[in-house]
Design a protein around this ligand. Sequence first.
Ligand code: FES
Ligand code: FES
Length: 186
Amino acid sequence: MANKVIVETNINGDPVELLCEPRQSLLEVLRDVLELTGSKEGCLTGDCGACTVVIDGRPVCSCLMLGVEATGKKITTIEGLAAGASLHVLQQKFLENASLQCGICTPGFLMSAKALLDRNPNPTEAEIRYSLAGNLCRCTGYDKIVRAVTDAAAAMAGRGRPAHGTVPSETASGMAGEMLAKGEVK
Ligand code: FES
Ligand code: FES
């Protein structure tokens, strides 16, 4: 077994020190070392976006990055999107617009959308579609996802609810709310 290395990073606002092998991807580190299984393993080739996390404000396919490269970075995963028991407005809008079916792609879409709205709070539909072009969905046909991001942008701009709303994750459409909060798909 390869010698493990110490990585000091920040995940979802918390300083984290971990041991990983130099060959391990960030996705493996998140899922297998830290047990943050919300980021999904799809293609492992950077094509599907299911593994997307936000690193220093940019969406990144965690399957394409080594865990050791996380040193000194600020990483947000799907587990860091909700504020405690309240879903992020993006998660609420995905629920309201029925923007998920099997849910495998959903954590990646949410993280790409978060990165977009953080840098561009009022995107056009074309900008939303462009920003989500690296995320693939087999189920929804994309329109409901785009609608959810559009609605979230409007809400965050003050034409609706604040960024963190009042719908507790455990009661927002039951299991779907839980799934959105943790990125868990059974
Ligand atoms: S699993 Fe990383 S892009 Fe598909
Ligand atoms: S909801 Fe099934 S792949 Fe997107």
